[in-house]
Design a protein around this ligand. Sequence first.
Ligand SMILES: NC(=O)c1ccc[n+]([C@@H]2O[C@H](COP(=O)([O-])OP(=O)(O)OC[C@H]3O[C@@H](n4cnc5c(N)ncnc54)[C@H](O)[C@@H]3O)[C@@H](O)[C@H]2O)c1
Ligand SMILES: O=C(O)C[C@H](O)C(=O)O
Length: 344
Amino acid sequence: MRASMLRFIKSLTTSPSSHVLRRGYASEAVPERKVAVLGAAGGIGQPLSLLMKLNPLVSNLALYDIANTPGVAADVSHINTRSEVVGYASDAELGKALEGADVVIIPAGVPRKPGMTRDDLFNINAGIVKGLCEAIAKHCPNALVNMISNPVNSTVPIAAEVFKKAGTYDPKRLFGVTTLDVVRAKTFYAGKAMVPVAEVNVPVVGGHAGITILPLFSQATPKANLSDEVITALTKRTQDGGTEVVEAKAGKGSATLSMAYAGAIFADACLKGLNGVPDVIECSFVQSTVTELPFFASRVRLGKNGVEEVLGLGPLSDFEKEGLEKLKPELKSSIEKGIKFATQ
Ligand SMILES: NC(=O)c1ccc[n+]([C@@H]2O[C@H](COP(=O)([O-])OP(=O)(O)OC[C@H]3O[C@@H](n4cnc5c(N)ncnc54)[C@H](O)[C@@H]3O)[C@@H](O)[C@H]2O)c1
Ligand SMILES: O=C(O)C[C@H](O)C(=O)O
């Protein structure tokens, strides 16, 4: 997945776009696909919009934000790639931004400052996500929704409840984006295992906050003989990856560039699945029966209708089994908090 993303970015800088459209993303003509980014002018939204503009699977790119959209849309629209870009700048234009969308990516909402947990964002972001999901239910109920806004462990259940209330809920079409946890786990593992990072695979399961993020380094490939101490340190660094960035940015927000990259990887996987590309697998926080919790992140096979199959956890080490049991109460309460907010 990562290699193909890098390939298409490279190809776009060296080839005319007509050439790019013939490249191997699908054997037949590349179908029309509309992607909407909600929160497109933000720290994540801007580089994510750029990356979606570079993606040859996208034919229409709708950029929506409540502030600064016209400048971002004008800027991105000048790039000579396939998609047509339209900016939508106010609540009144949200419906048009969403109409006909195949994939809706939501990075709208406030980010953390040092000392905050993701749950501290709940009071502001829950309302933002609820409003945007009500509009999705009305204007593009069949879209695949990629939820980036934090706290993901609660915003995904909020979205599910909004869609249920509107009668449009399809669990196959709602995704919490946890790809950044996988991106981090791969990078940190490659550094310790001394293996080429592009070849690394590490599933990350659970949720997207602190100890609910559970990287399964026992299943990492290429295999490496790492000590228990190193695995413990890698696990902690992956769980604290967001905080590492929040602290380094010292009050100027959280991860934006690595998140845009991760969001673009996940949206690309959704588009490939919709287009019928086989064996597209990414980790995501989805409705699940893998554990007793109603939502859980694990590897998911993507297809023409979104989630084709939620894959199981596979064999866990004792350390991972312990981590799994430890994360459940926190994840459960974050899910319940989201459901309560959306149903009250
Ligand atoms: N899932 C993840 O792995 C992950 C990673 C990084 C950040 N995040 C989360 O993503 C969110 C955005 O982070 P950021 O750094 O881009 O923040 P930001 O403040 O830079 O950008 C947020 C954007 O959302 C817009 N916005 C606010 N309310 C809106 C609404 N109702 N409709 C449309 N747009 C609206 C703002 O105008 C702003 O442009 C935060 O909640 C952050 O915690 C998640
Ligand atoms: O840490 C944050 O607040 C942002 C995001 O969830 C991340 O993992 O980087």
